[in-house]
Ligand binder design. Structure first.
Ligand SMILES: Cc1cc2nc3c(=O)[nH]c(=O)nc-3n(C[C@H](O)[C@H](O)[C@H](O)COP(=O)(O)OP(=O)(O)OC[C@H]3O[C@@H](n4cnc5c(N)ncnc54)[C@H](O)[C@@H]3O)c2cc1C
Ligand code: SF4
Ligand code: SF4
Length: 414
């Protein structure tokens, strides 16, 4: 039952299990809302004092659990991939950065360029937690060494917006890197508050299949046969393409498993509910979005064991396109052409989820569950790309898994 002083916006998010864990609510109401780990290891808001009406409105406006808005504004806007100016592939010119990155290190190369060209003073990004090897921390990087150290995807919860108040108080200009839901929340906050817009002139993101809980990372450690207390460092990817999930133990030895085994067989089974109904895993509100640009099998896994990394690089805004051109001209980034017609084959997870979102949302609605208000996502057009039988299967699949004892369980996207 909702407490009398509980934020109606946050109560709605919690009732629908719609939280993505971005931390925007904690940034909007510091001292009243904070982020904490909740079972089975997701980051969720904890409210400790009543919110005033302005805070309530700001959360309603920004929270990606309540909704996400995007507008094409004259850009190319394909149904599955959203508004963009250009789509290319590329990689970091610095070989060490290319190797450290999750894909081709392109995202990190852009960050290095933004600092070198004095476009921003600092980068807000996500790196390994100093206290939980499988967990994440937000970090402010101000040089190439720190950006290289934070390169690589971390398939664990992150709340990169939670400390926004401190970042704003610093008076610095930041580039922000976050999941698409983080980017959408920040974009909404920047539209509502010029101080946020001035402090975060550049927003970067990556394609996102979903965030697994800490239970996912722990299951990877178990499968590697190591205790959490033995682990000094853990990386999910990077150091090669796709790179192996690797635990470095306190005795200096390493245990690792392939991306196919770690993400495909373990982590993808621990993804939070909000991600199963996410039509914006492609980061439609960011300036630049990066992803894997590999030749893949029908499940979206690379057809090779290891290769020099290549990132898909999407410029979504004129600013993003300008930054990519400048980063290339300055020698930080190598760029190659890309045929968008191949993208649905490379990213089957994104393709299937976008086409299935409408059917899943309808099932939740029918069951009286709150759902996010998605605007500009072309959900009907995406659903029409599915045979009716597939939409029906997704609709019935969602209904079948509706809550017992308040828990909604859904299988990972196939
Ligand atoms: C949870 C998750 C799901 C993903 N799903 C897909 C997918 O479906 N398809 C796909 O092509 N790619 C996916 N990726 C992204 C992909 O793994 C690469 O990050 C992307 O291809 C860019 O590679 P890069 O080498 O250019 O980036 P890098 O140079 O390696 O930079 C990665 C950046 O992401 C930041 N980062 C890493 N983990 C997190 C996190 N948990 N939260 C916030 N920021 C983080 C780092 O701080 C760094 O700045 C996912 C990544 C994550 C973290
Ligand atoms: S999605 Fe973000 S803003 Fe919404 S409740 Fe969760 S942490 Fe807060
Ligand atoms: S799948 Fe969507 S909701 Fe989930 S973490 Fe990624 S961007 Fe956020």
């Amino acid at each position: 039952m909702q407490r009398p002083d509980q934020s109606p916006a946050l109560a709605r998010v919690m009732r629908g299990e719609l939280c993505a864990g971005c931390g925007a609510c904690a940034a909007i109401a510091p001292g009243k809302v904070s982020m904490a780990v909740a079972e089975p290891g997701y980051l969720r808001p904890v409210q400790s004092a009543p919110l005033d009406p302005a805070e309530e409105t700001a959360i309603r406006n920004a929270c990606p659990g309540l909704g996400v808005k995007v507008a094409a504004e004259g850009r190319e806007n394909p149904v599955l991939w959203g508004p963009h100016i250009s789509m290319q592939t590329g990689w970091a010119a610095d070989e060490g950065l290319r190797f450290a990155g999750s894909s081709g290190g392109a995202l990190s190369a852009v960050l290095v360029h933004l600092l070198a060209a004095d476009v921003v003073d600092a980068v807000v990004q996500t790196t390994a937690s100093p206290v939980l090897a499988i967990g994440n921390s937000s970090v402010v990087s101000t040089d190439a060494a720190a950006i290289t150290a934070a390169a690589g995807s971390r398939y664990a919860p992150s709340s990169p917006l939670a400390d926004l108040t401190t970042r704003l108080a610093s008076g610095r200009r930041h580039a922000f890197v976050g999941k698409p839901c983080d980017a959408a929340a920040l974009r909404a906050m920047a539209a509502a508050d010029p101080k946020v817009a001035a402090s975060f002139p550049v927003i970067l993101s990556f394609f996102c299949a979903g965030v697994p809980s800490h239970a996912g990372g722990q299951a990877v450690l178990e499968a590697l046969g190591v205790q959490p207390s033995e682990v000094a460092r853990f990386r999910y990817r990077g150091m090669g393409w796709p790179g192996r999930a690797t635990a470095t133990l306190k005795d200096g030895t390493e245990r690792s498993m392939s991306y196919h085994d770690s993400w495909g067989k373990i982590l993808s089974r621990h993804v939070q509910l909000r991600c199963k109904i996410c039509p914006d895993g492609v980061g439609m509100t960011a300036d630049i979005v990066c992803a894997d640009a590999w030749e893949s099998d029908a499940q979206g896994y690379p057809r090779f064991a290891e290769a020099p990394g290549i990132s898909l690089i999407v410029a979504r805004t004129p600013l993003g396109a300008q930054i990519l051109a400048a980063a290339t001209a300055a020698g930080h980034l190598h760029i190659a052409p890309f045929d968008i017609a191949t993208l649905a084959g490379i990213q089957p997870g994104q393709r299937l989820r976008k086409r299935s979102t409408l059917a899943r949302l309808l099932a939740l609605r029918l069951a009286g569950r709150p759902v996010p208000d998605y605007q500009g996502m072309q959900l009907k057009a995406a659903a029409r790309q599915n045979p009716l039988s597939t939409n029906l299967r997704n609709f019935l699949g969602m209904l079948r898994r509706l809550p017992r004892k308040g828990q909604l369980r859904i299988d990972p996207p196939s």
